[in-house]
Write a protein that binds this ligand. Structure first.
Ligand SMILES: NC(=O)c1ccc[n+]([C@@H]2O[C@H](COP(=O)([O-])OP(=O)(O)OC[C@H]3O[C@@H](n4cnc5c(N)ncnc54)[C@H](OP(=O)(O)O)[C@@H]3O)[C@@H](O)[C@H]2O)c1
Length: 277
């Protein structure tokens, strides 16, 4: 039911997944279990979210074969040094209860405080070890992307960046397309803020769908990977039900036009060690 895109080393990734940021560890096993029960096969988590063990419990309890699941985690900001990064990766695998991860990302570039190129080299080594199928980055700006590609010749499989109708990120998406990097859109609903937008509501009313469904449909038709977060069963179901309709060119353009380069989360240019969500 959920289409897949193909990452740099041939791994298929479901274009729609389930996000887990700000899901309390005490609630994460329940929420991820509902997502898997309703049909999700792609879960996005991070060491920073503090819920990998709970996500791992839900994956195990689902009884789903490992090759039907796609799991992403991310290297937390304090652990960029090579030995620390390798240890953090092992902790994430252990907490998730997995032998191999599908995708591992540098969560933030931390350009002011770390040599993020060296961090990228560590992730490439991890991929060569066979413990992770694909490696990528998150919150990288054009200069960061060019630096890691120029230094290593290895193109990140994905760049996971904030994208929603208020922050459409066209220049960065164009660079991704040029370099063969899959774009992942975090906070696809702008953490709920776009759902009351009058234009989004008008498009939703016109096609008999909800605001969340038309915004997710907009992302999917642009070709990006999305993973909305919700802890409510009915919203998780609503956010999954986005494959039975299409937005026409006019509806797509009216949502594109909402861009105002406005962030809901941290700014990658100013994020510091210990910060960035
Ligand atoms: N790489 C990074 O730096 C980074 C940063 C941020 C996020 N992420 C990833 O991206 C994922 C998604 O981003 P996000 O969690 O920040 O924001 P989001 O998915 O844009 O929005 C989540 C918010 O929208 C609400 N919501 C979800 N579906 C809804 C619906 N159908 N109707 C009404 N409200 C709805 C949720 O509330 P309820 O939960 O109460 O339903 C929650 O408050 C994260 O979970 C995480 O996996 C990555």
């Amino acid at each position: 039911m959920i289409p897949t895109l193909t990452l740099a080393h041939g791994t298929p990734i479901p274009q729609l997944g389930f996000g887990t940021y700000k899901i309390d560890p005490a609630d994460a096993e329940r929420a991820v279990s509902i997502a898997l029960e309703l049909g999700h096969r792609h879960v996005d988590t991070a060491a920073m979210y503090g819920n990998e063990r709970d996500v791992g419990r839900a994956l195990a309890a689902s009884g789903l074969p490992r090759d039907e699941l796609f799991v992403t985690s991310k290297l937390d900001n304090p652990h960029h040094a090579p030995d620390a990064a390798r240890a953090a990766f092992e902790r994430s695998l252990d907490d998730l209860g997995l032998d191999v991860l599908d995708l591992y990302l540098i969560h933030w570039p931390l350009a002011a405080t770390t040599d993020y190129v060296a961090t990228w080299e560590t992730l490439v080594e991890l991929q060569h070890s066979g413990r992770v199928r694909e490696v990528g980055v998150s919150n990288f700006q054009p200069a960061h992307l060019r630096a890691v590609i120029d230094a290593t010749g290895v193109v990140p499989a994905v760049n996971q960046i904030e994208i929603n109708p208020y922050l459409t990120q066209e220049p960065l998406r164009a660079l991704h397309a040029e370099r063969g990097i899959v774009t992942q859109a975090w906070s696809p609903l702008a953490r709920g803020r776009v759902l009351d937008d009058p234009v989004v509501r008008r498009v939703a009313d016109a096609c008999g769908r909800t605001p969340s469904q038309v915004v997710l449909r907009w992302h999917l038709q642009r070709g990006d990977v999305v993973f909305p977060k919700s802890t409510h069963r009915e919203r998780i179901a609503e956010n999954l039900d986005v494959f039975g309709f299409e937005l026409d060119a006019e509806a797509m353009a009216s949502i594109d036009a909402l861009n105002r380069d406005e962030r809901s989360g941290s700014d990658p240019d100013v994020v510091e060690l210990g910060r960035g969500r």
